[in-house]
Design a protein around this ligand. Structure first.
Ligand SMILES: [Zn+2]
Length: 493
């Protein structure tokens, strides 16, 4: 019997606003779609959290024995600056700024995104389709929506007719909004607008002469609307109805609402059975935002090369920190919280080391099978990783309570404890051991010598030498950081 058959996994479905027992449509096969990044700049930490949350979901589903087809798209066709479907798209804007071809921007930031995900030990999706690779399918979906009478063409652009769709469907059901309120909350359309109703959204847009990314279509030379690609790529690879669709909470409206409408209009069914939304990240209690400067890039986090942190943190420590909060609740990043997470992480790993070398004795009060049940129960309760981690620490206390290497467990239970601890720590939570070569006492001593030599060079005003030490270390993947208590180092990996 597969693990999924003996576990009652419950998922909070954003659509019904309830925790529901999860049933896969075609077990053991399972379809999971997650909205991927728009690749026009460095992936920000909030997005990383979303992808790491769904990596946990993917890992646990796989651990339960599902054969998961995990699709996460790359948005490489330019979106428009604002929801009004006007203005310049972000990829073109960036291309102009960096004097690059749009596809160079796409390539550069896609690679960067993959590198960051790898550092976080997030598994790649099984299919990673691109919007520009699915223009033909997007045109076909537009044709179907037009045939259904739920879209209209104006001057080469095609708009989804929200009011008409809402006559026999419920637009707003996912985000819990009523169409009347939505309409009263939007600005009046100005005279040049091609839309019949301010809620209508573009599914095809005629390209302005300056627009670089453009494709031929029956309506004009142009490009697809923002929301269309996810409807197209999810149903293409996972079928007209599939199990789970995930994304950040900020995508619930309008993006996911529009996906439901497009699916229903083009194929008669809404597509998704369980909608899951990850919550946001704050930094020192405030919303992260580039414009206020309250922001942190993943690389700054790893190197400590920012005023906001005392030192850099290993990606697996950051990952552990994220796992300490439920994916559905808000999480606040701060120097102190990361330092605490780092301590907790080392406690877990030290216990794991001990457990590997432990010897069996006779059974005492710790029941491995009951503890194991509690670990599964935590994850079955909507992937509740903080509760799982609390249970892992229960085992840590038991392991540490042993005098010497002998645990109060018989050989069979010791093996079960080892296996379960390993499964949850590495396979499900996706943590990694920081290997000796990435730290250790010897390296500390060597680095101390280099740090002192550099300090001496600076004291002698030999800045050429002090800079050379810093730059050569950086090239070797060692970042120095000068703080008020002296210089520290972190290893990039
Ligand atoms: Zn999407």
């Amino acid at each position: 019997m597969a693990l999924y058959q003996e576990n009652d996994l419950r998922i909070y479905n954003s659509l019904t606003r309830k925790k529901e027992s999860f049933e896969a449509l075609n077990a053991p096969h399972l379809g999971l779609y997650v909205c991927g990044p728009t690749v026009y700049n460095d992936v920000h930490l909030g997005n990383c959290r979303t992808f790491i949350s769904f990596d946990l979901v993917y890992r646990y589903l796989t651990h339960l024995g599902y054969k998961v087809r995990y699709v996460r798209n790359i948005t490489d066709a330019g979106h428009l600056e604002n929801d009004a479907d006007e203005g310049e798209d972000k990829i073109s804007q960036r291309a102009r700024l960096e004097k690059l071809e749009p596809m160079e921007i796409v390539q550069k930031y896609t690679l960067g995104f993959h590198q960051i995900m790898e550092k976080f030990n997030a598994h790649p999706p099984t299919i990673e389709p691109t919007a520009t690779g699915h223009i033909v399918e997007q045109i076909q979906m537009i044709e179907k929506i037009l045939e259904a009478g739920l879209a209209y063409e104006v001057n080469g652009s095609v708009y989804f007719d929200v009011a008409k769709y809402n006559q026999s469907n419920d637009y707003g059901k996912l985000s819990g909004r009523k169409i009347e309120e939505l309409i009263s909350g939007t600005r009046e359309l100005d005279a040049q607008s091609e839309k019949r109703n301010p809620l209508d959204f573009a599914i095809w847009k005629k390209a302005a002469p300056s627009h670089i990314q453009r494709w031929q279509s029956p309506w004009s030379e142009g490009f697809p609307g923002w929301h269309l690609e996810c409807s197209v790529m999810s149903t293409k690879y996972l079928g007209p109805t599939f199990d789970i669709h995930g994304g950040g909470m900020d995508l619930k409206f309008p993006h996911h609402e529009c996906e439901i409408a497009q699916n229903k209009a083009s194929q008669g069914s809404e597509g998704v059975r369980y909608w899951m939304h990850g919550n946001m990240l704050t930094l020192n209690g405030q919303r992260m935002s580039k414009s206020t400067g309250n922001t942190l890039l993943p690389l700054e986090l790893f190197t400590g090369n920012t005023e906001k942190l005392e030192k850099g943190f290993h990606p697996t420590v950051v990952r552990f920190f994220m796992m300490q909060a439920h994916y559905g609740s808000q999480l606040d990043f701060s120097n102190e919280a990361l330092l605490a997470a780092e301590k907790g992480y080392h406690k877990l790993m030290d216990a794991w080391q001990k457990l590997q070398n432990a010897q069996a004795g006779s059974n005492g009060e710790f029941s491995v099978s009951e503890w194991r049940q509690r670990c599964y129960a935590a994850m079955n309760d909507d992937f509740n990783s903080p509760v799982l981690i609390a249970h892992l620490f229960e085992a840590v206390r038991f392991i540490n309570s042993a005098e010497g290497a002998q645990l109060a467990l018989n050989a069979k239970d010791l093996e079960l404890l080892r296996q379960t601890f390993h499964d949850f720590l590495f396979d499900v939570l996706g943590l990694e051991e920081i290997s000796e070569s990435q730290g250790g006492e010897k390296l500390d001593q060597v680095m101390q010598v280099l740090i002192e030599l550099r300090a001496q060079a600076r004291a002698d005003r030999d800045f050429a030498l002090s800079d050379a030490i810093r730059d050569k270390l950086a090239a070797a993947g060692v970042a120095l950081k000068d703080g008020k208590d002296g210089t520290t180092y972190t290893l990039e990996n």
